[in-house]
Design a protein around this ligand. Sequence first.
Ligand code: ASP
Ligand code: MG
Length: 437
Amino acid sequence: MKVLKFGGTSVGSAQRMREVADLVTGSGRKIVVLSAMSGTTNSLVEIANYLYKKNYDGANEVINRLERGYLDTVNELFRKEDFKHKGLELVKSHFDYIKSFTKDVFTVFEEKSVLAQGELITTALFNFYLQENGHDSVLLPALDFMRTNKNNEPDTVYIRENLERIMGEYSDDIQLFITQGYICRNAFGEVDNLQRGGSDYTASLIGAAFDVEEIQIWTDIDGMHNNDPRYVEDTQSIAEISFDEAAELAYFGAKILHPTSVLPAKLANIPVKVLNTMDPDAVGTTISSSQHKDRITAVAAKDGLTAIKIKSGRMLLAFGFMRKVFEIFESYKTPIDMITTSEVGVSVTIDNNRHLEEILDDLRKFSTVEVDYDQVIVCVVGDLVAENKGYANRIFEALKDIPIRMISYGGSEHNISLLINANDKKAALQALSAKLF
Ligand code: ASP
Ligand code: MG
């Protein structure tokens, strides 16, 4: 069995859905995970924001626009009157549900239910389309098996048991199962989600639960690239990459794969293929446990970071200083991305400034702090173990004209990270491509 996930752009129109149907209806048993049609979740977020503010005109405008888009898709997608009718009814019922919130209380619970509608509508329409065309497909409700525990982590035992139970209800002849990415229930049984972009995570959790032969992530680019195509010309797609490298790249900027989605596949040792819906025959990228030796694989950049330099005379020869620093970030649930230390201070970066002021206030109680905004982590991923002398030199040679604020090397064998100003990002990415590839 294989798991195939298609992102929002891949199912972004009636025509695209037809193309996806062609890709999934070949031989072999498959679970197909879909995101909501592109733009949907953003619109649902917008609707929720209006509903929080009780701005019902604003909400209705977005709701009606989104509903019209779905009704148009239905009219274009189906040929048979009965399926068109079923599709229109389905869309209407989901939008009636969304509209029911334009009068009442609106809390985070209602928000989560609203956010779930995109995947629910998209998968149901796609499943109708398969059936209209004579395929025996089954819609598996993700809310019946995808679940997180009290720590907001996937409850892998629950997921496996329930998926097995539900799929066991169908005959072995059924080849095609369709389900929603992104949405789940939390430990209390409430509708929830796996965070924005979480459909990739759904796919790898299902893949791991069934120990499938392969997880395919279908998107609109031919795999992971060795640099960011928005800033650098002639980037190349990477044919093979290890789980560890892919995880670093996914986290540090390459928006192709959701960072959390690598781990379940890695633990279950299931290869993940990143493939292009627009060019289905292209090789794409295969992520697996095999690590290419002696190679720089890719460069990526993560924007929007804030660097905080924390200095204290008392750090000198003291123990417990780091713990005090880290506890402050922990107490504000603010993850740290990058760390560098010296004998008198430590610099960290964060990508979430929501509690920055409180964090700084707490740090100031025992240190002096300096803050730099608009920072970018440029990360070079590859086989960067110490024996591979010379890579660091080439990296610094490439960046010789660019001020570097922080450097982190040795945290893993696969990553060198450098913190620079946002203004220097493009030049840095281009210079690294020129020197390294
Ligand atoms: N539809 C959700 C989002 O836009 C999940 C996903 O696309 O993976 O974030
Ligand atoms: Mg995505």
